[in-house]
Design a protein around this ligand. Structure first.
Ligand code: SF4
Length: 104
């Protein structure tokens, strides 16, 4: 997840810092600093509350790149299909399939 702030909307209210002090810091002048632009999952709830209670709706959360996840899933599916086809070809040829477990 990534924290995105619309600086045009932010007015330095510091509600965000109150909800998630590990993620947001607001100076006395009202300047917002995002301490952790990509906070860990452990801070998700706090970050969501900061987004929810920002009075000017300046904050939002963008989830990690969906396309990247889809590419990884597609590559895994292609690899599995290739392996299945290889097994099929070996079996058709009367060969024996030996499975070796290992890392992806
Ligand atoms: S609560 Fe919203 S308006 Fe206030 S400092 Fe945080 S982001 Fe800016």
């Amino acid at each position: 997840m990534k924290i995105v702030v619309d600086r045009d909307l932010c007015q330095g209210h510091a509600s965000c810092e109150g909800e998630a002090p590990e993620v947001f810091s607001v100076s006395k002048k009202g300047d917002l600093t995002i301490l952790q632009p990509e906070p860990p999952e452990a801070l998700r709830r706090a970050a969501e509350l900061a987004v929810k209670y920002c009075p000017t709706h300046a904050l939002s959360i963008v989830e990690d790149d969906v396309e990247e996840v889809e590419e990884v899933e597609a590559a895994k599916a292609a690899k599995a299909a290739k392996a299945a086809k290889a097994v099929e070809e070996v079996q058709e040829g009367g060969g024996r399939v030996v499975t070796v477990e290992g890392e992806d």
